[in-house]
Write a protein that binds this ligand. Structure first.
Ligand SMILES: [Zn+2]
Length: 195
């Protein structure tokens, strides 16, 4: 039961070279390809005995390990290429550049839903407590789905913001942050009421 391992779209495909060319069974082609090694190993191979199956399984082990490493590498490479292509488009079409000053709204989590108690995380509240802010920020980096930005005059901490968080003027950003803070408060109260 010779195994042929190919990599399609970063995934391993196990092909039984014997079953692939086996005569039709009741007019149908036998299954000869699997996405998992287990699927391949467990298939009732055309005319092959259990003993031979165990032997080839052992012989295939190194090949499988090697192909698995190749598949992981190919998948990683594909992800990298996709990410770079997406980033290229993103950078070309982004409305803002690193170094731009913008008026933005963001929030910081002031109290999370979980706290560390000894060696475990304990849920201490249903909704995190947030502090919404509006400020003039400088874009430091374009990311795939937004930007990293710092409050003007600072280099830390970085905040993730998107185009939806950016406003044409400070008064508009202030209005937006007040609205968002009120909406979040309302959301927490409603969620609390529903519990
Ligand atoms: Zn087979």
């Amino acid at each position: 039961m010779g195994v042929g391992i190919s990599i399609q779209g970063g995934e391993m495909i196990f092909t039984c070279e014997r079953c692939k060319i086996a005569p039709l069974k009741n007019g149908f082609r036998r299954p000869y390809q699997w996405k998992t090694e287990t699927g391949f190993n467990n298939h009732k191979c055309y005319t092959v005995t259990q003993e031979k199956r165990d032997k080839t399984r052992a012989a295939n082990k190194d090949l499988v390990a090697q192909k698995r490493a190749e598949a992981a590498q190919a998948a990683e490479e594909r992800r990298r290429i996709e990410y770079e292509a997406a980033m290229k488009v993103r950078v070309e079409t982004a409305k803002h550049r690193p170094g731009d000053f913008v008026y933005a709204v963001f929030y910081r989590v002031t109290k999370g839903t979980h706290e560390q108690r000894y060696n475990r995380l304990v849920r201490v509240r249903y909704e995190e407590e947030r502090s919404y802010q509006a400020c003039e920020m400088v874009i430091t980096e374009i990311t795939l789905h937004g930007y990293l930005a710092c409050p003007k005059g600072m280099t830390f901490p970085s905040q993730k913001i998107s185009d939806a968080d950016i406003f044409p003027s400070m008064p508009e950003a202030v209005t937006a942050f007040q609205k968002r803070a009120a909406q979040y408060k309302e959301h927490c109260e409603r969620a609390d009421f529903c519990r």
